[in-house]
Design a protein around this ligand. Structure first.
Ligand code: HEC
Length: 137
């Protein structure tokens, strides 16, 4: 019995470490890119095509949000606008992609799909922010 207690302690410590390592927390929003003249066609479309459009396009886009055209992005979802033109920090599309919410259900792409559809990198989020701040043209 004497040797079991420390072994148990070590095993639970290892488990606790593994768990804390895999748990994901809300993140701060990366800063907007300093690039000038950011456009949907030139910078943004390719990013969204890769990470978002599979689910947000076609006849039944998720949340009725189409992310495959500029028109669709500006129109928004069944719940309203996801872009506040001129204010990227307040734009739901940025908050979702940057995982700023404590509620993981609001993270995009959804956690269970990130293997297939990559999360946006900090640079990509920065471009998305600059695009919205510059007027979403
Ligand atoms: C694997 C499918 C999938 C991918 C990929 C995906 N989404 Fe979503 N998205 C969903 C689903 C499902 C919902 C609805 C969630 C709900 O109803 O709670 C949603 C909802 C949203 C919403 C909330 C809309 C609203 O007002 O209710 C936003 C914003 C959003 N997605 C943006 C994105 C962005 C940006 C990307 C790419 C970075 C992306 N999504 C990638 C499936 C996806």
């Amino acid at each position: 019995m004497k040797t079991q207690t420390p072994l148990f302690a070590i095993v639970s410590a290892v488990f606790a470490l593994a768990l804390s390592g895999s748990a994901q927390d809300a993140k701060p929003m990366p800063p907007a890119s300093t690039k000038a003249g950011v456009t949907y066609d030139g910078d943004i479309k390719a990013i969204l095509d890769k990470s978002c459009v599979h689910c947000h396009s076609g006849d039944k886009p998720k949340a009725k949000l189409k992310l495959d055209t500029l028109e669709g992005i500006l129109k928004g979802s069944r719940n309203g606008k996801v872009v506040v033109v001129g204010d990227s920090a307040k734009s739901e599309i940025v908050q979702a992609a940057a995982h700023t919410s404590d509620d993981q259900d609001e993270w995009m792409p959804p956690a269970k799909a990130t293997g297939k559809y990559p999360n946006l990198t900090a640079d990509q989020i920065g471009l998305l922010r600059a695009w919205i701040d510059q007027g979403a043209k």
